[in-house]
Design a protein. Structure first.
Length: 418
């Protein structure tokens, strides 16, 4: 017999979590299925709503720019109200750990590559380093940590014309690790003040401070005790201290994952993880159950309503080979040029067609087939599995996941409980 819920969400990233939270708010009994750990640990931890159109950035007010997006873009399907709904759900889930909810306008965040990124929500630990704050700034990197070269990042930002003096310095990390040590190992050393790490770090940075009013470190100022570590460094250095988002594995992404999954627990959402959804059972164009591979045995998970939030090409929610592009669980239609050479552009950062591949939704986010009819009456899609958005080029991935996740989850919950 199938395990049965009101709403079943397939996918454990931002879109899936948001859909599950929205469905639970409607009073529905919700289960979230997640095969592997989410891609959040590979992400910056920033919540980008819309930072660029046509590759041109930065956009100051993402809400004002929605109408400039092409027809078929997920934001045009669900509307600006859904973006606000998704952000409201996010703000409620993360509490005071994130900043940015006070305005519709994007903030400008310094990145580890020496660029400025427009974003709608950002961790509280990042806030003191915003590019709009005109304070003399020191970036600090650690010897042997190749992911962040502070002098190079500072030089790039200075050349980009940030409205403040910025310098970079490289210091030894106060605890010696193997060359292949993970970022989390550095963070835990500061968490527990291993080998008097905080004092030794303050002493090393103080030699480089020279009147700088704020100091930026790669985001590894503690794993569980970031606020304590940062407050101590600020007090002892006499300068504001902030974290700079880094590449994977991302401490900011890991912290966000913890916050979102804690919110699922508080909302009463059941979570099943570790096994892939591989197929489905359906009758009369309605899905009855999703089949999950558990050690070679297909176990059915049933529901009244379903949300597909498995991600795009990167998240493996969409598969491709040299001949075709497919959605592997429900077989939803994904339009794409028959000629594979039309999938991409010559320029590395061009407007690649493959970046916009995904299922095509109707006005209620239900995937449609090749003829324009609904694939299934009780299936909605959210996040990266939707087509029509080049989220990397637009800097909109998290926002699309929040907006469509909130819309799809809320509609699924309403339909299941009516």
């Amino acid at each position: 017999m199938a395990i049965r819920e009101d709403v079943l969400v397939v996918g454990g990233g931002i879109a899936g979590v948001t859909a599950a939270l929205a469905a639970a708010e409607s009073g529905a009994q919700v289960r979230l299925l997640s095969h592997k750990k989410s891609t959040l640990r590979q992400a910056s931890g920033l919540i980008d709503v819309l930072g660029a159109i046509g590759g041109v950035a930065p956009i100051a007010d993402p809400f004002a720019a929605v109408d400039d997006l092409p027809d078929g873009h997920p934001y045009r399907v669900v509307g600006a109200d859904a973006i606000r709904d998704g952000l409201d759900l996010f703000d409620g889930a993360v509490g005071d750990a994130y900043a940015g909810a006070h305005t519709d306008r994007n903030a400008l965040v310094l990145t580890h590559g020496g660029t400025i990124k427009p974003t709608a929500r950002y961790p509280k630990s990042v806030a003191p380093g915003l590019a709009s704050v005109e304070k003399r700034t020191l970036l600090v990197g650690f010897a042997g940590l190749t992911d962040f070269d502070a002098p190079t990042a500072a030089a790039h930002l200075g050349a980009a014309g940030v409205p403040f003096d910025i310098d970079g310095a490289t210091v030894p990390f106060p605890v010696e690790f193997r060359d292949d040590a993970l970022t989390t190992r550095f963070a835990k050393a500061l968490d527990g003040d291993e080998s008097n790490a905080r004092t030794r770090l303050v002493e090393a940075v103080a030699e480089e401070l020279d009147g700088h009013e704020r100091v930026g470190f790669p985001a590894m100022l503690g794993d569980q005790n970031e606020s304590t570590v940062r407050a101590e460094l600020e007090d002892r250095l006499g300068a504001a201290v902030f974290e700079i988002p880094t590449g994977p594995p991302s401490l900011l992404g890991l912290r966000l994952e913890d916050l979102l999954y804690d919110a699922l627990d508080e909302a009463g959402v059941r979570i099943s993880s570790g096994n892939p959804a591989v197929s489905y059972e359906a009758s009369d164009r309605r899905i009855d159950a999703v089949l999950v591979d558990q050690r070679g045995r297909e176990v059915p998970y049933g529901a009244e309503e379903f949300v597909l939030a498995t991600g795009g090409l990167v998240g493996k929610g969409i598969d491709s080979d040299r001949e075709s592009v497919t959605e592997p669980i429900f077989g939803c239609h994904i339009p794409h040029p028959a000629d594979r050479y039309e999938w991409s552009e010559r320029e590395a950062f061009g407007a690649h067609a493959f970046a916009r591949f995904g299922v095509v939704p109707d006005g209620d986010l239900r995937p449609v087939d090749e003829s324009g009819g609904n694939e299934f009456e009780n299936l909605r899609a959210a996040g990266g599995v939707l087509g029509g958005a080049d989220t990397a080029r637009e800097k909109s991935a998290a926002g699309v996941s929040l907006a469509t996740g909130a819309y799809a989850g809320r509609r699924a919950g309403e339909e299941a409980t009516q």
